[in-house]
Unconditional design. Structure first.
Ligand SMILES: Cc1ncc(COP(=O)(O)O)c(C=O)c1O
Length: 375
């Protein structure tokens, strides 16, 4: 079997290449924070919160330590707690359901749509009970969930909608930023995300001033001023260095999103007729391709992954075990038949290298190897 030269390997993400493209801006921003010793709170965090809220088309942004906390703080802010149920999708990163548990509520999983992998809105209704307090749709892989239908259901049953936009910075649903379609939307700035910090980071955005103020207080020890606390909270703050890095990167986000979309369009075109199923973009949405996820039918996914890996093409599986089938959720006693779509997807999906710096040649290289494998 022919192997490719190491120089032609394709990493799954390439944060070094991204840093090289903005090095002077990043270095200056980091120096400015250090010179100012504005490490926790301060002007850099405020500035980023203002800019990110504007980018999301929202009035308020609260910077937090990570995206998991953003979901937890959002649920707490909306009064979700013990005795409540929160509905979310079976195929997401475990942080989504962890946050529900952190708030003291019970997670209720729903299967996903086989085409978009976002929550199956037709299946939500049958899981709503008198205890249901909120729905967390996940804009998985950067593809907005079906927000019109979800909002209609939430309105009908008096439920909160907390958007998990950890993978969807800049995604649009019917021309509007996804963050505008939830009561509170939550973001992760984990380094590999579309807008990634140089460490952990997260934020929530909302148009409700009172929620924003409460969330900010809760995430800062329930503090009103230095040693005065109205209630017990937690310590979950975005730090100054991360905020300064994020402000620089936010200026490039739209251009990077365009780069991801172009890489995705290239993949979709070159992978046509190769026996793999390429992602679809639902009507009226502008996905931001945090991940480019293909499906490899006939039980050949793992073999394809190994084949690509041999040639230095790194891929991922997001996620190999649907959440209801994790040991962590064995207490829910779910059966395979409860989530057939998520289960099958977990066995067939493969995430190809995806980032805005991915070149046409790299995309062609990946396609060439897939062509060879499926031939
Ligand atoms: C869908 C989803 N939700 C929540 C999170 C949690 O974000 P963080 O890793 O910043 O806590 C992530 C990121 O890993 C994610 O992908």
């Amino acid at each position: 079997m022919q192997t490719l030269d190491k120089a032609t390997s394709v990493p799954f993400v390439d944060l070094k290449k991204q840093y090289a493209s903005i090095k002077p801006e990043i270095d200056a921003a980091i120096s400015a924070v250090i010179e100012d010793t504005a490490f926790v709170g301060g002007v850099f965090v405020k500035e980023f919160e203002r800019e990110f809220a504007r980018h999301c088309g929202m009035s308020h942004c609260v910077g937090l330590a990570n995206g998991t906390d953003a979901l937890f703080v959002a649920l707490r802010t909306l009064g979700v707690g013990p005795g409540d149920e929160v509905i979310t999708v079976a195929n997401t990163f475990v942080a989504t359901s962890e946050a529900i548990k952190m708030a003291g509520a019970q997670v209720v999983f729903v299967d996903c749509d086989p085409r978009t992998y976002t929550i199956d809105v037709d299946a939500i209704g049958e899981r709503i009970t008198a205890r249901t307090k909120a729905i967390i749709p996940v804009h998985l892989y950067g593809q907005p969930a079906e927000m019109d239908a979800i909002r209609a259901l939430a309105k009908k049953h008096g439920l909160w909608v907390v958007g998990d936009a950890a993978q969807a910075h800049g995604a649009l649903y019917k021309g509007r930023p996804v963050s505008q379609l939830a009561d509170i939307s939550c973001f992760s700035f984990y380094p590999g995300k579309n807008l990634g910090a140089y460490g952990d980071g997260g934020a929530l955005v909302t148009n409700n001033e009172e929620w924003a103020a409460n969330a900010r207080m809760f995430a800062n020890h329930g503090r009103t001023k230095k040693y005065d606390h109205d209630f017990e909270g937690i310590n979950s703050r975005l730090d100054g260095l991360q905020a300064a890095v994020l402000s620089v990167k936010l200026r490039h986000l739209d251009e990077w999103t365009e780069g991801r979309r172009q890489a995705a369009a290239r993949y979709t075109s070159v992978l046509e007729n190769l026996g793999v199923i390429t992602p679809v973009e639902a009507d009226g949405v502008r996905a931001v391709y945090h991940l480019y996820v293909i499906r490899v039918p006939h039980g050949r996914r793992d073999a394809l992954q190994s084949f690509l890996n041999q040639d230095g093409i790194s891929t991922g599986i997001h996620y190999p075990i649907a959440l209801p089938f994790l040991k962590a959720y064995s207490y829910l006693n779910h059966q395979s038949a409860d989530f057939p779509v998520a289960l099958r997807a977990s066995q067939e999906i493969l995430s190809l290298p995806m980032y805005s710096e991915l070149t046409a040649d790299q995309v062609e290289l990946v396609a060439e190897r897939i062509r060879l494998f499926t031939a």
